[in-house]
Design a protein around this ligand. Structure first.
Ligand code: IMP
Length: 208
Protein backbone atom coordinates (compact mmCIF):
# COMPACT_ATOMS: atom_id res chain seq x y z
CA UNK A 1 0.00 0.00 0.00
CA UNK A 2 1.43 3.34 -1.03
CA UNK A 3 0.76 6.93 -0.04
CA UNK A 4 2.30 9.85 -1.93
CA UNK A 5 3.47 12.83 0.13
CA UNK A 6 2.84 15.72 -2.24
CA UNK A 7 5.47 18.22 -1.18
CA UNK A 8 8.69 19.51 -2.66
CA UNK A 9 9.68 20.89 0.76
CA UNK A 10 12.33 18.55 2.28
CA UNK A 11 11.52 19.85 5.79
CA UNK A 12 7.87 18.86 5.51
CA UNK A 13 8.83 15.50 3.98
CA UNK A 14 11.09 14.66 6.96
CA UNK A 15 8.30 15.56 9.39
CA UNK A 16 5.73 13.41 7.55
CA UNK A 17 8.19 10.49 7.58
CA UNK A 18 8.25 10.58 11.37
CA UNK A 19 4.56 11.46 11.88
CA UNK A 20 3.29 8.66 9.63
CA UNK A 21 5.84 6.02 10.65
CA UNK A 22 3.27 4.12 12.80
CA UNK A 23 1.09 3.39 9.72
CA UNK A 24 1.52 0.20 7.69
CA UNK A 25 1.86 2.08 4.44
CA UNK A 26 4.81 2.85 2.19
CA UNK A 27 5.37 6.60 1.94
CA UNK A 28 6.51 7.85 -1.44
CA UNK A 29 8.13 11.20 -2.08
CA UNK A 30 7.61 13.14 -5.31
CA UNK A 31 11.05 11.88 -6.33
CA UNK A 32 10.02 8.25 -5.73
CA UNK A 33 6.98 8.86 -7.95
CA UNK A 34 9.07 10.53 -10.69
CA UNK A 35 7.33 13.86 -10.08
CA UNK A 36 10.16 15.85 -8.50
CA UNK A 37 10.21 18.34 -11.35
CA UNK A 38 6.48 19.05 -11.11
CA UNK A 39 5.87 22.17 -9.08
CA UNK A 40 2.21 22.87 -8.40
CA UNK A 41 1.22 26.47 -7.86
CA UNK A 42 -0.80 27.73 -4.90
CA UNK A 43 -3.26 29.90 -6.79
CA UNK A 44 -5.90 30.38 -4.07
CA UNK A 45 -6.14 32.62 -1.03
CA UNK A 46 -7.27 29.95 1.41
CA UNK A 47 -5.20 27.13 2.87
CA UNK A 48 -7.91 24.57 2.23
CA UNK A 49 -8.25 25.35 -1.47
CA UNK A 50 -4.48 25.28 -1.98
CA UNK A 51 -4.06 22.01 -0.05
CA UNK A 52 -6.87 20.31 -2.01
CA UNK A 53 -5.53 21.66 -5.29
CA UNK A 54 -2.00 20.32 -4.63
CA UNK A 55 -3.19 16.91 -3.40
CA UNK A 56 -5.63 16.52 -6.31
CA UNK A 57 -3.03 17.41 -8.96
CA UNK A 58 -0.42 15.02 -7.53
CA UNK A 59 -3.02 12.25 -7.11
CA UNK A 60 -4.09 12.68 -10.76
CA UNK A 61 -0.49 12.64 -11.99
CA UNK A 62 0.62 9.65 -9.89
CA UNK A 63 -2.57 7.56 -9.67
CA UNK A 64 -1.83 7.26 -5.92
CA UNK A 65 -3.66 8.38 -2.78
CA UNK A 66 -1.94 11.65 -1.91
CA UNK A 67 -1.45 13.87 1.14
CA UNK A 68 -0.54 17.52 0.67
CA UNK A 69 -0.63 20.49 2.97
CA UNK A 70 -0.75 24.24 2.77
CA UNK A 71 0.65 26.09 5.77
CA UNK A 72 1.44 29.61 6.84
CA UNK A 73 2.35 31.98 9.64
CA UNK A 74 -0.04 34.75 10.72
CA UNK A 75 1.44 37.58 12.75
CA UNK A 76 -0.99 39.74 14.73
CA UNK A 77 1.14 42.91 14.55
CA UNK A 78 1.04 42.56 10.74
CA UNK A 79 -2.74 42.09 10.62
CA UNK A 80 -2.31 38.37 9.96
CA UNK A 81 0.37 38.63 7.27
CA UNK A 82 2.07 36.74 5.68
CA UNK A 83 -0.61 34.06 6.33
CA UNK A 84 -1.57 32.06 3.26
CA UNK A 85 1.07 34.01 1.32
CA UNK A 86 3.93 32.86 3.62
CA UNK A 87 5.79 31.04 0.84
CA UNK A 88 5.54 34.12 -1.40
CA UNK A 89 6.29 36.73 1.31
CA UNK A 90 9.77 37.42 -0.11
CA UNK A 91 11.84 36.05 -2.99
CA UNK A 92 14.97 33.97 -2.31
CA UNK A 93 15.04 31.35 0.41
CA UNK A 94 13.69 30.71 3.91
CA UNK A 95 16.27 33.05 5.45
CA UNK A 96 15.25 35.97 3.23
CA UNK A 97 11.66 35.48 4.35
CA UNK A 98 12.24 35.24 8.09
CA UNK A 99 14.76 38.11 8.06
CA UNK A 100 12.18 40.27 6.26
CA UNK A 101 9.68 39.34 8.96
CA UNK A 102 12.12 40.31 11.74
CA UNK A 103 12.72 43.60 9.92
CA UNK A 104 9.00 44.37 9.75
CA UNK A 105 8.71 43.65 13.48
CA UNK A 106 11.71 45.73 14.54
CA UNK A 107 10.89 47.61 17.75
CA UNK A 108 7.65 45.68 18.35
CA UNK A 109 7.62 44.54 22.00
CA UNK A 110 7.23 40.89 23.07
CA UNK A 111 3.58 41.14 24.05
CA UNK A 112 2.69 42.36 20.54
CA UNK A 113 4.68 39.66 18.71
CA UNK A 114 1.98 37.00 18.96
CA UNK A 115 1.56 34.72 15.94
CA UNK A 116 0.23 31.34 14.89
CA UNK A 117 1.07 28.65 12.38
CA UNK A 118 -1.83 27.02 10.52
CA UNK A 119 -1.65 23.80 8.52
CA UNK A 120 -4.43 22.32 6.40
CA UNK A 121 -3.79 18.77 5.20
CA UNK A 122 -5.74 17.29 2.30
CA UNK A 123 -5.99 13.57 1.53
CA UNK A 124 -7.17 12.94 -2.04
CA UNK A 125 -7.78 9.61 -3.76
CA UNK A 126 -7.14 9.17 -7.49
CA UNK A 127 -10.24 9.17 -9.71
CA UNK A 128 -12.24 10.22 -6.62
CA UNK A 129 -12.67 6.62 -5.43
CA UNK A 130 -13.20 8.11 -1.94
CA UNK A 131 -14.24 11.67 -1.07
CA UNK A 132 -11.33 13.94 -0.12
CA UNK A 133 -10.63 14.60 3.56
CA UNK A 134 -9.15 17.77 5.07
CA UNK A 135 -7.92 18.46 8.61
CA UNK A 136 -6.55 21.58 10.30
CA UNK A 137 -3.93 22.26 12.97
CA UNK A 138 -3.02 25.56 14.61
CA UNK A 139 -0.20 26.33 17.04
CA UNK A 140 0.03 29.62 18.94
CA UNK A 141 3.30 31.37 19.73
CA UNK A 142 5.29 34.53 19.19
CA UNK A 143 8.01 35.86 16.92
CA UNK A 144 11.52 36.02 18.39
CA UNK A 145 13.74 39.11 18.11
CA UNK A 146 16.63 37.10 16.63
CA UNK A 147 16.69 33.86 14.62
CA UNK A 148 17.91 30.62 16.24
CA UNK A 149 20.02 29.16 13.45
CA UNK A 150 22.38 26.22 13.32
CA UNK A 151 19.95 23.51 14.45
CA UNK A 152 19.71 20.25 12.54
CA UNK A 153 16.09 20.10 11.53
CA UNK A 154 14.35 23.49 11.28
CA UNK A 155 12.99 24.93 8.06
CA UNK A 156 10.88 27.86 6.90
CA UNK A 157 9.96 30.20 9.75
CA UNK A 158 10.97 27.66 12.47
CA UNK A 159 14.01 29.83 13.26
CA UNK A 160 11.92 32.75 14.50
CA UNK A 161 8.77 31.10 15.91
CA UNK A 162 8.63 30.41 19.66
CA UNK A 163 5.69 28.13 20.54
CA UNK A 164 3.50 29.15 23.47
CA UNK A 165 4.85 27.90 26.81
CA UNK A 166 8.42 27.59 25.46
CA UNK A 167 11.45 29.88 25.63
CA UNK A 168 13.10 28.63 22.43
CA UNK A 169 12.24 28.56 18.73
CA UNK A 170 10.91 25.49 16.87
CA UNK A 171 14.35 25.18 15.24
CA UNK A 172 15.92 24.49 18.66
CA UNK A 173 13.61 21.54 19.41
CA UNK A 174 14.12 17.92 18.36
CA UNK A 175 11.80 17.01 15.49
CA UNK A 176 9.65 14.70 17.60
CA UNK A 177 9.01 17.52 20.07
CA UNK A 178 8.13 19.99 17.30
CA UNK A 179 5.80 17.35 15.80
CA UNK A 180 4.13 16.91 19.18
CA UNK A 181 3.26 20.63 19.34
CA UNK A 182 3.09 21.79 15.78
CA UNK A 183 0.26 22.77 13.47
CA UNK A 184 1.29 19.86 11.18
CA UNK A 185 1.40 17.40 14.07
CA UNK A 186 -2.10 18.43 15.20
CA UNK A 187 -3.50 18.21 11.65
CA UNK A 188 -1.94 14.80 11.01
CA UNK A 189 -3.26 13.35 14.28
CA UNK A 190 -6.74 14.45 13.17
CA UNK A 191 -6.09 12.69 9.84
CA UNK A 192 -4.89 9.40 11.38
CA UNK A 193 -8.32 7.78 11.79
CA UNK A 194 -9.13 8.49 8.11
CA UNK A 195 -5.84 6.95 7.01
CA UNK A 196 -6.36 3.93 9.26
CA UNK A 197 -9.88 3.40 7.85
CA UNK A 198 -8.55 3.54 4.29
CA UNK A 199 -5.73 1.09 5.11
CA UNK A 200 -8.14 -1.34 6.79
CA UNK A 201 -10.57 -1.17 3.86
CA UNK A 202 -7.80 -1.74 1.35
CA UNK A 203 -6.33 -4.61 3.36
CA UNK A 204 -9.75 -6.30 3.53
CA UNK A 205 -10.50 -5.89 -0.19
CA UNK A 206 -7.07 -7.24 -1.14
CA UNK A 207 -7.41 -10.43 0.95
CA UNK A 208 -7.52 -13.58 -1.26
P1 IMP B 1 3.65 26.00 1.92
O1 IMP B 1 2.66 25.31 2.79
O2 IMP B 1 4.56 25.01 1.28
O3 IMP B 1 3.01 26.97 0.97
O4 IMP B 1 4.58 26.82 2.90
C1 IMP B 1 4.30 28.14 3.30
C2 IMP B 1 5.50 28.79 3.92
O5 IMP B 1 5.50 28.52 5.30
C3 IMP B 1 6.85 28.33 3.38
O6 IMP B 1 7.74 29.43 3.42
C4 IMP B 1 7.26 27.26 4.37
O7 IMP B 1 8.66 27.11 4.45
C5 IMP B 1 6.66 27.81 5.65
N1 IMP B 1 6.29 26.71 6.54
C6 IMP B 1 5.35 25.75 6.33
N2 IMP B 1 5.34 24.90 7.36
C7 IMP B 1 6.27 25.34 8.23
C8 IMP B 1 6.73 24.84 9.47
O8 IMP B 1 6.31 23.81 10.00
N3 IMP B 1 7.70 25.56 10.06
C9 IMP B 1 8.22 26.70 9.52
N4 IMP B 1 7.84 27.18 8.35
C10 IMP B 1 6.86 26.50 7.71
Amino acid sequence: MQLLIGTSNPGKLREYGLLLAPLSVRLLSLKDAGLESVDIEEPFDTYIENALHKARRYADLSGLPTLADDSGLSVDALDGRPGVYSARYAGGGDRDRYMKLLGELEGVPDEQRTARFTCVIALVFPADTHPPVTTVGVVEGRIAHEPTEGGQVGFGYDFVFIPQGYAVAFSALPMNEKNHLSHRGIAIRAMMSHLETWIKEKTNTEKP
